[in-house]
Design a protein around this ligand. Sequence first.
Ligand code: DGT
Ligand code: CA
Ligand code: CA
Ligand code: ZN
Length: 637
Amino acid sequence: MNNAALAQVFANIGDLLEIKGENKFKIIAYRRAAETLREHNREVRVVWQEGGLRAIPGVGAAIADKIDELLTTGRLGFYERLKEEIPPGLIEVMAVPDLGPKKAALFWKELDITSVPALEAAARAGKLRALPGMGEKSEAKILAGIESLARRATGRRPLGQAWSLAQDMLAFLRGLAGVEQAEAAGSLRRYRATIGDLDFLAAANAPGPIMDAFCAHPSVARVLGHGPTKSSVEFANGLQADLRVLPQARFGTLLQYFTGSKDHNVKLRELALKQGLSLSEHALTRADGSEILCATEAEVYAQLGLDYIPPELREDRGEIEAAAKHALPRLVELGDLRSDLHAHTTWSDGALSIHAMALAAQARGRVCLAITDHSQSLGVTGGLTPERLREQRLEINREHKRLGGGFTLLQGAEVEIRADGRLDYADSDLAALDIVVASLHTSLRQPREQVTQRLLNAVNNPHVDIIGHPTGRLFPDREGADLALEAVLRAAAASGVALEINANPARLDLDDAPAYRALELGCLLAINTDAHAEANFDLAHFGVGIARRAWATPDQVINTWPLEKLRAWLASRGPGGAARLPVISGAPALKKTAAKKAAAKKSSSKKAAPKQVAAKKPVAKKAAPKRAAGKQRPRPA
Ligand code: DGT
Ligand code: CA
Ligand code: CA
Ligand code: ZN
């Protein structure tokens, strides 16, 4: 069993327990284990053989025993018994968008529905609408959900699902005798949020043995084609992969060609033709048939008179024109990230203490972490009441001191944008926080106008600094809210709120296109991991990849800012922001200013309607975070 298969068992257990109505902490523990196993950067089987299961974060005794049983016997008694109790087909039923465990259990108990086809038949026959809490509308929604499920089944995989498989295979290829270089190309290298198939490339003089080894790899379920320089395989999870091998001297053109995108390649080939060169994966060929070999991609682009174009930009959105004019932006890089401004701890649904999360962020080179646990109305996550929030502040201040001067802990919250459009905390509570992330998690299926208005309320609330995962989409089975995104982006540009690119590959939200548009309109971005466990901090590169696809430069991403700049920006926000005092540097977890608090007190008698707050918001002069670079960048085609 590979990591993905192991993870799936625990995810399924979580789902089955939820249908059963088990204790939520137990359910969270299994889901967390599933996530940890899926993201773990080593093969769990190998870790198990070394006897190191318990050292994997989030793997306690109960989970370790179950992994041991699975890897020893290929089965898990606990899981088998659970499947006898709860029909496993309900897991698929739950995968229908907007169908939770409660509905799945209801359909099962009332109508004996244990599969998606049975559910579809019942919906078409109009049998669901009579059940408690159901109606014609919800029945129609379920049919639409089943349809979108079918579309996805044939379609693309989330990047995160393909990533670890790709890394395993790359390590394997790089370890083969005769392989001088191996890379994963295609959409994965370009950091598209979803992946059609994997494309592996290797540099070697004798391709035969490499093809054989690739096709015989233990995670390969089926060989679709096995040729002299090209093979195609399918993995157990249905994902397919191609491998191509050419000598090292030709690796540059090979890598360029199979990184794509197709549109980028077509335009590049046209450019080559204008210069009398034909571009293929083998070489650049002159009219007389002589070849120019390129061992690196940089040589390919240089031969055509272009600056090197990073893979994330290769979508024919103006990057070739910009490269010709030496006007490509300096894209944000992983190493630019100084802070992570969205993370959870055991205070709500995270796996680790504040201290442990701070150390984990610090170990990855961050100098600042915002603790943003969930707010009170999100019951399943153990969201914090205002009282608990105030208690948490004491611990954050303590931990901040304990960490010494080199690392800053901020107290924030991921405040729920409730179904009624109000935020989940009173303004006075928000004002006491260093940073506020506002997110949608519930009622995502509200009509467009209503759900858009909720987001606008948050964007316009002067206490909100970041909109978390703005559309709320979740791979593989929850589409984002039906937002009037352009209106939201424009409002964000006006209010100065930053829009998150949530780096978790289950989200990648905003995605590249809306993030590009956001930057065009003058918005700021935040790249956050939304970490719930130590390993989640390693997901930051996914968010950076999406930001790079959006042509983001470091100054447009608030996480790259030096701490003083970030603090000044945070301080400049909020009611009366422009009037606030300078921040005292080196102070423990900063509090929002007295000015901000006073304004909050004035405006809020217990959760004032957000629209009123918005209307009162002064047109505060923002700390000029705005983009010069972005405005100069070439426009997309
Ligand atoms: P995917 O797999 O759908 O997520 O997207 P890609 O970009 O990985 O596409 P894929 O796997 O079909 O092909 C890999 C790259 O190979 C693609 O980005 C560009 C190149 N390529 C494939 N087909 C063509 C083609 O017909 N013409 C040109 N110029 N390039 C192609
Ligand atoms: Ca591909
Ligand atoms: Ca392919
Ligand atoms: Zn979160």
